[in-house]
Ligand binder design. Structure first.
Ligand code: NDP
Ligand code: MG
Length: 382
């Protein structure tokens, strides 16, 4: 079936893989958005001919306006944060949100409030504003289709609505990242180059650092709680070094279902777009003759404090996960600028989560206020 997609964050790792899937299926692209990668966005615009393009960064948008005027069918060009939400509200069958960070939250909410199904890669939307996002989906009777590979795996295992009612536990798999098995002492002097070397997945810089610190698994645990409605204690992190099992679910009879495949994000991206159907995918099949073993380990929360801090945050509830996320976004930025050591990321995230009681419920402006508080805490403590 032909669908019309708006793709936010089209120039990133998920964005470009999404366009591979969109190209393979001949879907129509209504809108594209990025922050400032104007040259790639121009090539994408020439190929996919969207009606609307948003360039969030204002000076990049000026450059883009000049460049697109040379195209045979130039799109409408929006800019700024408001441009991104305006695009999210425009008609499309699915808004695929692959923006990185809390910058994606307002667009997720706007798309849902305007009756669009949202394919969600931007896990930070659920971590920072899970209460608002899930309410908006419910009130407008629209769907959140998970793109994150673990959540897609869980979603796929829950397609039988009858057994889904007896879901008892989620087994959220983790690769363990490049620093699996290392002690805090060994991690004291690791560099950003070490942290950016993920063993199984090729991803954007921020999520790659999050994978090295296990913050990504903490964010995903919070994401799973919002998407699947189980308490955090019922989401168990299982280290699966080869990233072949993308997650598992356990039912009341202690039967377990898993979803397996090569570590290629085009499979979960495609499932979010074709759901409830399946279709041939550009990703390769899993070759069991080459697969030597599938191993399991436990996550080391003493060393990787980000995971412990995220568990604490979802336990506290309210805006605590938003604070953890804001502290992490700021700390990762400082780590990538060589301004803080790797272990400091976890220490800062944990300190911010411990700093306030964080009541609930909250509004969107409370979310932004909390995010700003967490970021200034980090900058005041480096
Ligand atoms: P990238 O850094 O590769 O891409 C981020 C995209 O967001 C780019 O298109 C970028 O534009 C755009 N962007 C950045 N800042 C803003 C902003 N302020 N407003 C609007 N757009 C902005 O990230 P990934 O593709 O790796 O990750 C995207 C999301 O998907 C994240 O939430 C991540 O956690 C999640 N995810 C990613 C996976 C992966 O395999 N990469 C797996 C599972 C989840 P520009 O190029 O102009 O900077
Ligand atoms: Mg994931």
């Amino acid at each position: 079936m032909s669908k019309t997609i708006t793709l936010l964050g089209s120039t990133g790792s998920i964005g470009t893989q999404s366009l591979d899937v969109i190209r393979a299926h001949g879907y129509k692209v209504h809108g594209l958005a990025a922050n400032s990668s104007v040259d790639l966005l121009l090539r994408q615009t020439a190929e996919f001919q969207p009606e609307t393009v948003c360039v969030v960064d204002e000076s990049a948008a000026e450059r883009f306006r000049t460049l697109v005027s040379g195209l045979s069918k130039p799109p409408k060009v929006l800019s700024g944060k408001d441009g991104l939400t305006q695009l999210a509200a425009e008609p499309a069958d699915i808004v695929l949100n692959a923006v990185v960070g809390i910058a994606g939250l307002a667009a997720t909410l706007t798309a849902l409030e305007n009756g669009r199904d949202v394919a969600l890669a931007n896990k930070e939307s659920l971590v920072t504003g899970g209460y608002l996002v899930t309410n908006a989906a419910r009130k407008n009777n629209v769907r959140l289709l998970p793109v994150d590979s673990e959540h897609s795996a869980i979603f796929q295992c829950l397609q039988d609505a009858h057994s889904a009612k007896t879901l008892e536990k989620i087994l959220l798999t983790a690769s363990g990242g490049p620093f699996f098995g290392k002690t805090r002492q060994e991690l004291e002097h690791v560099t950003k180059e070490d942290a950016l070397r993920h063993p199984n997945w090729s991803m954007g810089a921020k999520i790659t650092i999050d994978s090295a610190s296990l913050m990504n698994k903490g964010l995903e645990l919070i994401e799973a709680v919002w998407l699947f409605g189980l308490p955090a204690e019922k989401v168990q992190v299982v280290v699966q070094r080869q990233s072949i099992i993308h997650s598992m679910v356990q039912f009341s009879d202690h039967s377990i279902l898993a979803q397996l495949g090569v570590p290629d994000m085009r499979i979960p991206i495609q499932y979010a777009l074709t759901w409830p159907d399946r279709a041939p995918c550009p990703a390769p099949e899993l070759d069991f003759t080459q697969l030597k073993s599938i191993t399991f380990d436990t996550a080391d929360e003493e060393t990787f404090r980000c995971l412990a801090a995220c568990k604490k945050a979802i336990g506290k509830g309210g805006l605590a996960p938003c604070a953890a996320n804001g502290a992490n976004e700021e700390a990762v930025k400082l780590f990538l600028q060589d301004k803080i050591p790797f272990l400091k990321i976890g220490e800062l995230v944990e300190a911010v989560v411990d700093s306030e009681p964080f009541g609930q419920p909250y509004t969107l402006s409370d979310v932004y206020e909390c995010d700003a508080m967490a970021r200034s805490y980090v900058n005041a403590h480096v």
